[in-house]
Every structure is written in C-alpha cells, then in structure tokens.
Design a protein around this ligand. Structure first.
Ligand code: ZN
Length: 425
C-alpha cells in the first residue's frame, strides 16, 4: 500500500512537473506571440512599435500588481535619442524585376531617401582596388546620374581594414547596390550617411545589372521619445534588490509593409522577464526583486546606458543583476557573459544545474559589451548576461518569428534562474 501510494505520488510529481513545464512554455509562447504580432510593428521606431510594446509590458506589470520604484509612482523612465527610420515606401527593382524587401534586399540602416526610375547602373569591382589613391579616384569618379553596383565590398573592407559602417559613410550621395552572398542581417542606426545603399542577395539579381528603379523613404528623427519600464516585488529586506533586465525593443519596420518580429531577439527574453515577474509576484523573496525592461538596445544599449547614468534604484542597492537577451532555444544550453568576473555566482549556477539537470550545459564567457548588462558591469554592479544556444540561426531578419522559437529547455532556464535567486536569500 505504502509502496503503491509512493508510486502514485511519484507519478503525480512527474505529471505535475510536466504540467508545470507546459505552463511555463505556454506562458512564454503566448507573450512571445503578442510581442511579435504585426500590431507591435517589430517594436522599433516606426508606427509607435516600441511604444505599443511598452504599453503591453506596463499592463502586465499592473496585472501582477508589481510596485513602482520611480519617484512619480509610474513604471516608466523617459528619455530620448536620435534614430534613422524607414516609415514609407521601400521598393527596389533590378532590370524591371521587383525585389522583396527583407527577403531579397535590405537597405543600409543609415541610408537617406532616394527615388528614381530606370537609372543606368555602372559596376565597380572593389576587389581590383589595391591602393588608396585608386580608391580616392574611384570615389571622385562617382556620378549621381548613375547607380552603382559595388562588387567585393567585403574583401575591400577587409583589405583596407575598414568597418562596413565607415565604408558606407565614405560613399557620396547616390544609389548603390552591394551584392551579398551571406545571409541578410539588418540593424538600426542613429545617424544618416550621404548615400542610399542596398544589400542585395546575389541569387536575387542578375550577374550584371543594367538599370535600377528605386523608391525608398527614410526619416531621421532627432529626438525619439522612449522609455525604460521598471517595477518590483518588495521583499522582507526592501532596499536590496535582485534585478532581472531584458530589452523589449527590436529593429522595427523597413518600409511600410516589412517588419522584423524579433522573436528570439528579444521577445523571448522579455517573455522570460514577464514570467519571472508573474512568478515572484506570487512568491515574494527575502530581497526585493526588480524588473527593468529597456528600450534602445538595438541602436546601441541606449536605455541601459541612460539608466546607469540616471539610476532609479541605485546600483549600490543591486545585490546581483541578470540580463536576459535571446532566450528562445536552449538545446545547447546557455552562455553566461561575465562568468569569469563572478566565479562564485557562476559555480553556483553550475552546482544547481548539476543537481537538477535543468539544461544541457552552462558555458562560461568573459566580459562583453554585447547587451544591456554592460554599463552596469562597468559601473560596478555585479551582473551576468545569460543567452541561450540553439535554434535555427534567424537573427535580425524577417524570419525571426514567434512560430520559429522552439522554447527547448527554456522552462529549465526559468527554474535555474529561480533557484539562483534563492541562493542569495
Ligand atoms: Zn538584437
């Protein structure tokens, strides 16, 4: 009888565990779905995308009855920054064939507007340029009655040790095509250049282009208003905080009909932050738990930089900060940036995982300026940046959709983070 009831109990625990994992994944999938929906416009700076995401996150924080930490009793910290956007037309035809924005081509994110029909195209093979004087002559020869196809731009930049952004900024006003063999990866820029540049997939264009038709609109916004969102679950020790952060912004729209869903980057991390917020709202801890959702990460860690320069909860009151960015598939475990800076905390993560087998592996990495933990680390706040390893490799492209996020082992990451917080109690 005893044995039988033990068996039943074990069976119940297995099912409870499975149901729980299911709940976590359902929660994450639901919130990733909302954050990547067309109404969020890729959470950028076209059609109030980031603003829509902010309203949604604040609504969630209110639902969980989180407490404000700002002086004015709201969940937001406002700030602003310049940003280049593409809110209008985004049409490019090569020899009369219309290309598909996002799939066949990307516009350089610092490009200005350009339009023209049947513009004759000259091809320049940058691979043939071997010294600076030839490069100068080439730049001087550019004539804005033509468009230019610039071949071998990558090898040219490597040869001349030039960042692609620097290269783009040197091109005179006019329209350029740069053929791409590799996957198209977009970005967002704060400044504009003189030129209008398109990165076109090599297999979407003929070997030699004769004419281009272009209608692309950019809008540079000198002072885009944005906000960080923050709230806490007070603990028994109110003035010391365990902090979770994630960025809610993404690349937004490239033209009026193409958006970048940013499911893995970083709807997934934002969904994890919401999950932890809902969990801790029901399970207050010894220390207060603070949640901060940053905007402006994609144009250059702007939201977290602003927070560190204007802290609401002082950095000295942060016991430990964990930033979550890219948390959609942990098939190959997670990587911890700053693991080498905080070896005691890193070994604690590993000890928890060795005991519980939550995820396949926890990899160690040193310092890196690759997400919102960075300015906190530099200002002396102990912090990790944790990202998952796995998935289909969609990144900063139109294919990073909610449906492509597997959530493999992500429930395990949630449990790992929750056990990690208990370690500080
Ligand atoms: Zn990103």
């Amino acid at each position: 009888m005893l044995k039988y009831s033990k068996f039943l109990l074990a069976l119940f625990l297995v099912f409870a565990y499975a149901a729980n994992a299911q709940n976590e994944k359902q929660f994450l999938a639901l919130n990733i779905g909302i954050l990547t929906s067309p109404s969020m416009h890729g959470r950028g700076y076209v059609a109030d995308g980031a603003e829509q995401a902010s309203i949604f996150i604040q609504r969630r924080f209110r639902e969980y009855k989180l407490k404000p930490v700002t002086a004015d009793g709201t969940f937001i910290q406002g700030y602003s920054f310049p940003i280049n956007t593409f809110p209008g037309k985004m049409a490019l035809s090569v020899d009369g064939k219309a290309l598909i924005p996002g799939a066949d081509f990307l516009i350089d994110a610092s490009s200005v507007s350009y339009s023209g029909t049947d513009i004759p195209v000259k091809t320049i093979d940058l691979g043939r340029i071997t010294d600076k004087s030839v490069w100068k002559k080439t730049l001087a020869s550019i004539d804005d009655r033509y468009a230019y196809c610039l071949e071998n731009a990558d090898s040219f930049c490597k040869e001349f040790n030039m960042q692609p952004g620097k290269f783009a900024s040197l091109l005179p006003k006019g329209c350029y095509i740069i053929p791409q063999k590799k996957k198209l990866t977009w970005t967002v820029e704060q400044d504009t250049i003189a030129a209008t540049i398109f990165y076109v997939k090599q297999d979407a264009m003929p070997k030699v282009i004769k004419t281009l038709s272009v209608d692309a609109t950019s809008l540079w916004i000198p002072k885009e208003k944005s906000e960080n969102i923050m709230a806490c679950v007070p603990g028994s020790v109110k003035d010391t905080f365990i902090v979770f952060t994630a960025h809610y912004d993404h690349l937004g729209m490239m033209g009026d009909s193409t958006y970048f869903p940013g499911a893995s980057d970083n709807a997934s991390g934002m969904a994890m932050l919401l999950y932890l917020a809902s969990y801790y709202a029901a399970h207050p801890q010894h220390y207060s738990i603070l949640f901060i959702a940053f905007s402006g990460e994609e144009p250059g860690l702007l939201g977290s930089a602003f927070y560190v320069a204007h802290p609401v909860v002082p950095l000295g009151q942060m016991k430990f900060l964990t930033n979550i960015d890219i948390m959609g598939d942990a098939t190959d475990g997670v990587t911890v940036v700053n693991a080498t800076e905080y070896p005691i905390e890193f070994s604690m993560l590993n000890r928890i995982n060795e005991a519980q087998h939550y995820i396949p592996v926890i990899k160690s990495r040193g310092k890196a300026a690759n997400s919102d933990h960075y300015h906190f680390t530099e200002a002396g706040a102990p912090s990790f940046f944790i990202y998952s390893n796995g998935g289909k490799g969609y990144y900063h492209d139109i294919y990073d959709k909610g449906a492509e996020v597997t959530l493999n082992h992500i429930d395990g990451v949630a449990k790992l983070l929750i056990d990690f917080v208990s370690y500080f109690n």
